[in-house]
Ligand binder design. Structure first.
Ligand code: NAD
Length: 282
């Protein structure tokens, strides 16, 4: 059986340390303030918003939710983003995904001040990430690297295979793992024969949103498995990996729930604090 990579435990540990940093900032009269823009009533978004709110409160970060109607116009959204950009007290802005079809997400993201871009999704920050001189990191990728570091799993020279090429998970994670000298392959829906790549992976990251996509026969013996997927399946929350069988082949594996998820939320809070400190020259 593979050793469990306990994201929940690490997230709690890091939250305790982050809380101390925030208490220190507050003692200097600095209150981190984080604004979330949610459009419409996506049921999964509601759950994520609740989790973020709980974690922010626990750490001492002020979180403000801007709930917009599902028929909001692009112009109204851009006007809100501009207001938040200009508001001195705001340290972080994020748009909760997904957004309705009438919204041009790329244009909205590009409107966020890069100094307040907690998700690292503005063109300027994405560019910095690939250049390796960034000051903010996408939460999920940050959480995964934190977890690997905590368990002393080295990436240098390793074959990393990431299934999924989204802007929030696969692509930024690839950029950050390249910085750590891994050899990275990104697979996606049009990739032919996933297993030809996955069988060579020392570290396999599944971020596709497909239950049971990764089966034991696709995994090299001793591989490290990072399951990012969050799927509702047969009334349960599961990842993208057939955990019950893959655990017999892998050396390390993240559970779902309790793996990458809690670290993503905690890492997001770390980015808010990081941007707050940066603004105040710390
Ligand atoms: P997305 O839909 O934007 O991207 C999915 C990617 O996976 C795409 O690039 C697609 O090409 C690829 N893909 C889908 N099915 C595939 C298949 N059968 N074979 C190969 N590639 C395939 O999704 P996302 O926002 O990147 O999220 C992916 C999953 O991770 C979802 O389940 C989401 O809920 C979860 N997620 C979890 C966290 C966390 O903190 N644990 C954070 C973000 C996303």
């Amino acid at each position: 059986m593979a050793q469990l990579l306990d994201g929940k435990h690490l997230a709690d540990l890091r939250a305790t340390k982050l809380k101390q940093k925030v208490t220190h900032l507050k003692s200097e009269g600095i209150q981190p303030l984080f604004c979330v823009i949610n459009i419409g009533n996506d049921p999964s978004s509601k759950i994520y918003l609740k989790t973020k709110k709980r974690r922010a409160k626990e750490i001492g970060i002020k979180q403000k939710l801007f709930q917009l109607s599902s028929s909001v116009t692009q112009k109204e959204l851009l006007s809100l983003i501009n207001c938040l950009n200009e508001e001195e007290k705001v340290n972080g802005i994020m748009i909760q995904l997904p957004v309705p079809g009438q919204i041009d997400l790329n244009e909205a993201l590009a409107a966020i001040d890069p100094e307040k871009d907690v998700d690292c999704l503005t063109p300027a920050n994405v560019g910095r990430l690939w250049r390796g001189d960034h000051f903010v990191e996408p939460a999920t990728a940050h959480g995964i690297l934190t977890l690997l570091d905590y368990y002393h799993i080295e990436l240098k020279g390793k074959n990393v295979v990431i299934i999924g090429r989204s802007s929030i998970v696969g692509k930024p994670l690839a950029a950050m793992m390249l910085e750590r000298d891994a050899t990275v392959s990104i697979l996606h829906l049009k990739t032919k024969k996933l297993s030809e790549y996955t069988k060579r992976a020392d570290v396999l990251v599944a971020a596709a949103g497909q239950p049971n996509l990764v089966t034991a026969d696709m995994v090299k013996k001793g591989a490290v498995i990072i399951d990012v997927g969050i799927n509702r399946f047969n009334g349960k929350i599961v990842g993208d990996v057939d955990y019950a069988h893959v655990t017999n082949v892998a050396s390390y594996i993240t559970p779902v729930p309790g793996g990458v998820g809690p670290l993503t939320v905690e890492s997001l809070m770390e980015q808010v604090v990081q941007l707050t400190r940066r603004k105040h020259g710390k």
